[in-house]
Design a protein around this ligand. Structure first.
Ligand code: BGC
Length: 724
């Protein structure tokens, strides 16, 4: 292939197509992630100009199911819609961590936890790609805010980056092999993601073995030559004739090695061939079936936060139901921006409630009409208030955690008028629920639920579905409590990831802070009892077994969660970390045996001294329960670990030498010899505990400064030999 053709292949032809060159046709890509936003006209047209497709629940709700099988089924269904629309790659899933509750795209992301995110996204990608449609894992990496997203430098230490922000990417790349990975807009420690050689080439390709196409986020590339040099394959959107020419010129004049360009072009070509081989011209999809799946997922993603006195589910026989708040009639079911789907149909909760109620239903839109709503509430046997955020969108972060004032007023006045008040929330990320939730007996977190969310809400309100959704992010008492509060969204071009590995619940737990609703929390209409925890080591993993019994009188699902901790660790660790989970159906009165696997590799921390993952040896606590703060059973297990002995150097401290058996023996002997030689006060002094404490942090090489000739280069050389 000519250099010019290679260059052309590495940029788009337009907004949604790759460039065709002789022998290599073009393919189409589309957003993503929770539906197929195939644009009818292409560039320059509004977000709404897309072909209708099923608007599945955005990741905020899919994530709240904690159900990997559901994620896979959604992936498969999305693939069917892509094939029917001749879309080769769907631009998702979005797997950035919900670092801060105000993140404008949190609704597109799964969780504040990397394992939960990684497990769900792996299945989503596997489902999609099993049907011959490529995924685009995005946004790589550390793109957890919208403020200044195209320039801001996410300043982060390597351990935090590896353990928190890259961990889910690594998992999905290694296990599901996405056809494409999309780099983010932002800088990472000063370098644009699209030009980040270490991130794109050393880590993603070198360490994780990624062989697919690296595509830019739309408009992320600043310098085509530097991007290709760093390992980027495809710049979107296009056309970018000037960039193509610059690339070809750089190869001709030798500033860019020819293989850098030919490799990138080769990867794009391979993607095109794979996609064309999987294409199914004339394929169709069953919109009704997909709507039913969207409803199932939505009902499973709803989180019941509060249910005092068992107000829910509503039983037949209510005298009259007041439904209050515009979202009951005009649902907020997805967020704004590139993920906006034009749905095939749209359910609303008001109709669905009316259909299930068996009682008169009276509606008032509420917020501008609070008196009328209160009057209806007073006359009804139960009042259901719909409230939530009014806008969440790509491109900007939220400015606060509070519900809009007029929603709060509606909630407060209705709750005062009718003691049987249920609040249903629609929001893409957590809102503050304290202190008003204390005044409402039932609180249903309805997120953004996709096109079938209205019906799903009615299913949960009336007990057609027993809720089993769980929080994938902590609901704080106040924004100020949040671990990211002081360092979000940064200023003057930088955002410091100052809370380090203590993202989300890890930060709240480290400070033992009260929260409104903890990570992993969600109620059911039944109750579950845990028993019989047994943990054993099986090839490369811990096998965690336990029994969950449904002790209530309704069939339900329990989301069993396994958290691990290691008390004595070389590094500062979170008090507990999610490592495994399962959504388990259990019939009323029945019990289920649950077997979960915790990979030993998932116990590892990133060690910056040795530059690799380390599983520390030690007694790990394995706790299982219903939320991060409702752990019912725990056991300890000894893990051998894979930590090699650390080499002692002249820069290792006296304490480090004495912590190592060989080092302690050698240094002890050397000090004893020095002391016996007489006169070396330092060696003599080391026998004194106070003196030892004073000296312990001194690198051995500095001892010479105090001990002089008694501790010369020969002594040091002999010590290093003896210890290592
Ligand atoms: C978004 C991506 C999206 C792309 C194409 C970008 O602005 O960040 O998530 O896939 O546009 O619409």
């Amino acid at each position: 292939m000519e250099i010019e053709e290679q260059a052309a292949l590495t940029s788009g032809a337009d907004f949604w197509h790759t460039t065709a060159v002789p022998g290599v046709p073009a393919i189409m890509v589309s957003d993503g992630p929770h539906g197929v936003r195939k644009q009818v006209f292409g560039e320059g047209h509004g977000l709404l100009d897309s072909e209708p497709s099923t608007c599945f629940p955005p990741a905020v709700a899919l994530g709240s199911t904690w159900d990997a099988d559901l994620a896979r089924r959604v992936g498969e269904a999305l693939a069917a819609e892509c094939l029917a629309k001749d879309v080769a790659v769907l631009l998702g899933p979005g797997i950035n961590l919900k670092r801060a509750p105000l993140g404008g795209r949190n609704f597109e992301y799964f969780s504040e936890d990397p394992i939960l995110t990684g497990v769900l996204a792996t299945e989503w990608v596997a489902g999609l790609q099993s049907r011959g449609v490529g995924a685009s894992l995005k946004h790589f990496a550390i793109n957890s805010q919208e403020t200044d997203r195209m320039r801001v430098s996410a300043d982060v230490d390597e351990r935090t980056l590896r353990e928190m922000y890259l961990r889910a990417f690594q998992r999905v790349v290694e296990r599901a092999r996405p056809w494409t990975v999309m780099c983010s807009y932002n800088r990472i420690n000063g370098v644009y993601a699209s030009q980040h050689q270490w991130l794109l080439t050393e880590v993603l390709r070198g360490e994780w073995g990624y062989e697919g196409v690296l595509v830019s986020d739309w408009g992320a590339v600043v310098d085509r030559v530097e991007a290709v040099r760093a390992g980027l394959d495809l710049t979107m959107p296009g056309p970018d004739d000037a960039g193509d020419r610059a690339l070809a010129a750089a190869v001709h004049d030798g500033t860019l090695p020819a293989p850098a360009l030919s490799t990138a072009a080769g990867r794009v070509e391979a993607l095109v061939r794979k996609a064309l081989a999987a294409a199914r011209p004339g394929a169709t999809f069953d919109a009704a079936e997909h709507h039913a799946l969207a409803r199932e997922v939505a009902s499973r993603g709803i989180v019941l936060l509060r249910n005092e006195g068992g107000l829910l589910p509503l039983a037949p026989g209510e005298a009259a139901i007041a439904v209050l708040g515009e979202p009951a009639r005009s649902p907020r079911y997805q967020g704004g921006g590139s993920s906006l789907i034009n749905p095939t149909r749209l359910d609303n909760a008001l109709d669905a409630i009316t259909a299930l109620a068996g009682a008169p239903v009276h509606f008032a839109p509420g917020y501008d009409d609070v008196d009328a709503a209160v009057a209806l509430a007073r006359a009804a046997s139960v009042a259901i208030v719909f409230a939530g955020t009014e806008e969440e969108t790509e491109g900007s972060d939220r400015t606060g955690l509070e519900l809009p004032a007029r929603h709060l007023e509606l909630i407060e006045r209705v709750a005062a008028a009718n003691p049987r008040t249920v609040v249903v929330l629609s929001n893409g990320a957590v809102v503050r629920t304290a202190p008003w939730d204390a005044a409402v007996p039932a609180l249903v977190e309805g997120w953004l639920l996709g096109q079938a969310g209205g019906a799903a809400l009615a299913d949960v309100l009336f007990g057609v579905v027993n809720p089993s959704g769980r929080l994938t992010e902590t609901i704080p008492q106040r924004l100020e409590d949040h671990p990211a509060y002081l360092d979000f969204p940064g200023e003057q071009g930088h955002v410091r990831y100052g809370e380090g590995v203590h993202v989300g619940y890890r930060g709240f737990d480290a400070r033992d802070q009260d929260v409104a609703y903890p990570f992993g929390f969600g109620l059911s209409y039944t109750t579950f009892a845990y028993s019989g925890l047994a943990v054993s080591t099986v090839d490369g993993a811990l096998e965690v077994r336990l029994t969950v019994a449904n002790t209530g009188d309704r069939d339900g699902r329990e989301v069993v969660q396994v958290y691990t901790s290691l008390g004595a660790s070389r590094v500062r660790r979170a008090a507990r970390e999610l490592k495994a989970f399962a959504s388990v159906p259990v019939a009323a009165g029945a019990a289920a045996e649950v077997v979960l696997r915790v990979e030993l590799a998932d116990l590892a921390y990133w060690d910056v001294e040795v530059g690799r993952w380390v599983v520390e040896a030690g007694e790990y606590t394995i706790a299982a329960g219903s939320s991060s703060r409702d752990l019912r059973l725990s056991a300890t297990v000894a893990v051998d670990g894979d930590d090699e002995r650390r080499v002692l150097t002249a820069e290792s401290t006296i304490a480090e030498w004495f912590a190592d058996p060989r080092g302690a023996a050698a240094l002890g002997e050397a000090f004893a010899a020095m002391a016996a030689g007489g006169g070396d006060t330092m060696a003599q002094g080391m026998a004194d505990p106070a003196m030892f404490t004073l000296m312990a942090s001194m690198p051995l090489a500095r001892v010479a400064a105090f001990a002089g000739d008694a501790f010369g280069p020969d002594t040091m050389a002999a010590l290093l030999k003896a210890a290592n």
